[in-house]
Unconditional design. Structure first.
Ligand SMILES: Cc1cc2nc3c(=O)[nH]c(=O)nc-3n(C[C@H](O)[C@H](O)[C@H](O)COP(=O)(O)OP(=O)(O)OC[C@H]3O[C@@H](n4cnc5c(N)ncnc54)[C@H](O)[C@@H]3O)c2cc1C
Length: 416
């Protein structure tokens, strides 16, 4: 055998699996198809700007992040917790009352907090705020839309805030995702201040790599796996490797191709990154559009942010970085549509804003419809395990947890 365990894929799931296996004293070889590690958490460096491959944030409230990531070393730069809305009356701010107590009067004046809707929201979300497991293990799950309707969350808070915000977080414009997953993600926003590492989001997987004894072999695409009597043979485009076990921590579609497990449908997001010398003064809030008659975003942009206001390391001194994110898939938005949205959202011309790059990520998140099964079985063969966000929750947290879970299972088998 070349090693104890081969891990296929150097995304968050594969890297956490490798780290746990090494900690358990096992030999590990990570094979990564791309030249760089990180999978869906990658950062481009262009002209002094840090441009994540699709805007995403790291939430310190995620259990896996709390337990396994050195946030201090990442130099987190935080967004304000809440949202700003562009609506017919101007700009409204909805800030987390405990994190931004000075903004409580502004939040109350926003007109979005009717006692009836707030009470309904508290009843719906309350159990998940008290305990993570109540939501994730609930047997009764339904779609987000059905759950919000049933809970009576049907006013402006839903139409102008929750629907648009969650469409961006879940990459789902129809509310068909598991309501339990949505509640888990809202819980993480209630307890954490999301932010960005000083070195860009890719600093997160890089931190995991830096702690490995053996660096991943990059540029090695795995083309097939076959089980032998006492282990597995893994074929790559540059030869074969043998091990006692394999963790297939590729993206969900790749896992389907290599192991035959059913691959979920993937949902896409597109992020436009603009540079400008003069940025709108929004503070560190993410901004949503709520100008459609009847509520919600009038155009394709689900959220926008002056990223460099929250994360100064993302832009060179004297310049600013703005993101705008839309769904990908159902008739992709054009730059002209995105600029029109941004002009409305920020009430300013974008004529001087230069598009640096547009990131289209068709396979951003696996679809997770109800009922949410957040601890899906991982052993798909005598010596083959599957890990990744599609085996847990579609998130950074889920990817890390699934990698760790597969590694613990294998180490238990080897020790038995
Ligand atoms: C635009 C965008 C926004 C997001 N926003 C957030 C957010 O705000 N918060 C959050 O929690 N999550 C967010 N996510 C989701 C999060 O990034 C993912 O859930 C997580 O990174 C998935 O990690 P993974 O290890 O499961 O898979 P991946 O990151 O997909 O890693 C799989 C790895 O396997 C490699 N691979 C595939 N096939 C092979 C092969 N045959 N041989 C060798 N290697 C192979 C790939 O190259 C890749 O490196 C977002 C994702 C995107 C794309």
């Amino acid at each position: 055998m070349d090693t104890d365990v081969i891990v296929i894929g150097a995304g968050l799931a594969g890297l956490q699996a490798a780290r746990r296996l090494e900690e358990e004293g096992l030999g590990v070889l990570v094979l990564e198809r791309e030249q760089e590690i990180g999978g869906r958490v990658r950062t481009d460096h262009i002209d002094g700007f840090l441009l994540d491959r699709g805007f995403q944030v790291l939430n310190p409230a995620y259990r896996a992040v709390r337990d396994w990531v050195d946030l201090k070393a990442l130099g987190m730069q935080h967004f304000d917790v809440g949202v700003q809305l562009r609506d017919d009356t101007g700009i409204s701010t909805l800030a987390h009352p405990l994190r931004h107590p000075r903004l409580i009067p502004q939040t109350l004046r926003s007109g979005y907090l009717s006692p009836v809707e707030l009470f309904a929201l508290a009843r719906w979300l309350g159990p998940t705020l008290v305990s993570e497991s109540i939501s994730s293990r609930a047997t009764r799950d339904t779609t987000l839309t059905a759950a919000l309707d049933r809970a009576g969350i049907t006013g402006p808070l839903r139409r102008n805030v929750l629907d648009t915000f969650l469409a961006g977080v879940l990459a789902d414009g129809h509310g068909t995702t598991s309501a339990n997953l949505a509640r888990l993600l809202l819980r993480s926003f209630a307890y954490g201040s999301p932010g960005l590492p000083r070195g860009g989001m890719q600093a997160l997987p890089q931190q995991l790599v830096d702690r490995l004894q053996r660096a991943p072999l990059t540029g090695h695409a795995v083309t097939g796996i076959s089980e032998t009597g006492e282990g597995v043979t893994v074929d790559t485009d540059a030869g074969s490797f043998t091990a006692r076990y394999v963790v297939v921590a590729t993206d969900p579609v790749g896992a389907g191709e290599l192991t035959g497990v059913e691959a979920p449908r993937m949902k896409g997001l597109a992020t436009w990154w603009f540079r400008t010398d003069e940025a709108p003064d929004t503070g560190k809030f993410i901004r949503l559009d709520a100008t459609r008659p009847g509520g919600g975003a009038a155009g394709p942009v689900l959220h926008a942010a002056v990223v460099s206001a929250a994360a100064p390391s993302y832009a060179p001194a004297g310049q600013h970085l703005i993101e705008a994110t839309a769904l990908l898939g159902e008739g992709s938005a054009t730059e002209a549509e995105v600029r029109a949205d941004l002009e409305r959202i920020y009430a300013t011309s974008t004529g001087d804003w230069e598009l640096i790059i547009r990131h289209d990520v068709p396979h951003s998140l696996p679809e997770q419809r109800p009922p949410l099964v957040d601890r899906q079985s991982q052993r798909v063969g005598e010596h083959i395990f599957v890990a990744g966000d599609h085996r847990d929750t579609a998130s950074i947290n889920g990817a890390l947890i699934s990698g760790d879970r597969a590694a613990r299972a294998i180490s238990g088998l080897i020790r038995a």
